[in-house]
Structures are given as C-alpha cells and as structure tokens.
Design a protein around this ligand. Structure first.
Ligand SMILES: Cc1ncc(COP(=O)(O)O)c(C=O)c1O
Length: 289
C-alpha cells in the first residue's frame, strides 16, 4: 500500500496550491473554531464511509445553525481529490465547513456564507504493526468538555480541549490518550472511540454525557451484532478498564487498534484478544467488499 503525498486542496471548490490555499482572516473558523470537520480514509482509490461522514458534518452544521452544506458540492470535491488514485494507494481526505466570514464579536452574522474546504493529505506515519501487536495508551489528566456544554455529536473545529489533552504526552511510543468526563467516567480517546470486552461482552461508553459517535464505532457495533457478540453501551469507569479482558480503539483512519498497555499496566496478557481480532477482521472485510 502506497501512502500518497499531500496532493490537492479545494477552497470552495477551487483548486489551490498549498501556499495559495487561504481563507479570510475574518473567517469564523479561524477566529473562533466556528465550524465542523471530517476526516475520511481513501484506500485503494475508494473513500470509506463517505455518506456517513457527510451526514455527521451536515448534522453538526445544523446543530450549530450554520446553513446546510451542499452535500453534492462536497461529493464533487471528494471525487476530484480521489480521481487519480487507485489500487494500492491510500490518503486522508479532510473536510472543513465553517460559518464563513463575520464581523467582530461572537454573535453570528445574520446571513452567513459558509466556507468549504476539502484536502487530500498524506497517510499518517503510525507504525503498521500497531494494528497487529497493539498500542500503548495513557489516561489524560485533562477532562472532556461535557455534552451539556457542547453537544458531543458536533465534530467541531474548536479542538482546544483535545489539543490540551494531546499535549500531555510526547513519547512517540504512546498511541493515544483517554479522556474522562467531569465525574471520572472514561468517554473516548483524543481521536478515537473506546471499547472493552468483559465476560465475552463488548462494552463501549454510552456517550450520553459527552463524546463523539464515531462512524467506525457504529460499524463495529453493527459487526458485533451480526457476529452474535453481546453489546452494551454503558458508562465506563477506570476500574472497568483495569478489569477488562480486551481493550481497543477505533477511528476512520486506524480502523481497530488493540490496546496492549494502559498507564504502564499490561491489558490482560498484552496480546490482542479474540473479540478484538474478530471485529478487526469483520471491519476489514466490510471495507474490502
Ligand atoms: C474525539 C474523537 N472521538 C472519536 C473519533 C472516531 O470517529 P470516526 O470513527 O468517525 O473516525 C474521532 C475521530 O477523529 C474523534 O476525534
């Protein structure tokens, strides 16, 4: 599989070289993070889960009162950015959609003209063996913004909470940090959803209070149901992770990463467990089909 280099930026549908790919300093995405984004995998020339990502982007815009995106325009952007890729290539597609330019002050302009950006970026350089051997993870001190403060379904461009959490580690051997809510429940990772296996049952945080309903999380829940694996969406506490037989993380780019070590402690015997493997394979099968 070839990781294709950064190769295309469209601003409101117009192709731009990286140095000319600019938006207004008055854009509220720049001023306040007032917008939404999506990150999609482009593998073997095919964009994975395009409809689900565009749906979440549109729902986020709606929850923020940003005029609805033209889904067809984003689809055209994605088609343009993936046109020259085929079997064996992979890249990341990133979409941004902001409330557009506005005057000073928080109040949105009465007639916003949203900004649409689509980019094709290089595949991240995570060690390939992480999907096989599992990853090391820490629990962050930084707590997750409550869903009562900002609806967790919005994949907001304002990422400060997660950036502060990500700044907690610099060791390149650590793959991810877990975030707890104000009460201490574990909600998700900085860029992933979390699953655990206990007594043969698959459990994932219920996201009632906070957390992003990941596209991959949804697919893993579907795959588990079709494999007859019992599933529960419930509050998850640090003690539940300590007692878990298996732990794994999901997102659109990594797929499924088994967790072999949490806060310096081995998860079970440190080897990816059977349920994790089955779901990893089910997901790969879904995307290969
Ligand atoms: C905070 C957070 N949780 C979960 C996810 C996983 O979402 P998805 O499976 O849609 O990529 C992401 C993706 O970047 C994320 O940023």
């Amino acid at each position: 599989m070839t990781a294709v280099a950064e190769a295309g930026i469209l601003v409101n549908g117009e192709a731009r070289a990286p140095e000319g790919a600019v938006v207004s300093v008055f854009d509220r995405g720049f001023q306040y993070g007032d917008g939404v984004f999506e990150t999609l995998a482009l593998v073997d020339g095919r964009v994975r889960e395009q409809a689900a990502h565009l749906e979440r982007l549109a729902r986020g815009a709606e929850l923020l009162g940003i005029p609805a995106p033209e889904v067809g325009a984003f689809e055209a952007d994605i088609a343009e950015l993936s046109r020259d890729l085929g079997r064996g290539d992979r890249a990341v597609i990133k979409l941004n959609y902001t409330r557009g330019a506005g005057g000073r002050g928080l109040a949105p302009p009465p007639d916003p003209v949203p900004t649409r950006v689509a980019m094709r970026l290089g595949w991240p350089g995570h060690p390939v063996e992480w999907a096989e051997t599992g990853v090391r993870v820490i629990t962050c001190r930084t707590r997750q913004v409550s869903g009562a403060a900002l609806d967790g379904r919005i994949k907001s461009m304002n990422q400060l909470n997660h950036i502060v959490a990500r700044m907690e580690w610099t060791d390149p051997g650590i793959a991810e940090g877990l975030l707890r809510d104000g009460e201490g429940r574990v909600v998700e990772g900085t860029v992933t959803n979390l699953f655990l296996v206990r007594d043969g049952e698959l459990v994932t945080p219920d996201l009632a209070g906070a957390g992003l309903p990941g596209v991959t999380r949804g697919r893993v829940l579907e795959a588990a149901a079709s494999l007859g694996i019992p599933v529960r969406e419930d509050p998850v506490w640090p003690g539940d992770l300590a007692r878990a037989e298996e732990l794994f993380l999901t997102n659109s780019i990594i797929g499924v990463w088994p967790v072999r070590e949490l806060d310096g402690q081995m998860v079970a015997d440190g080897a990816p467990g059977p349920v994790t493997r089955r779901l990893q394979q089910a997901l790969e099968g879904m995307y290969a089909a």
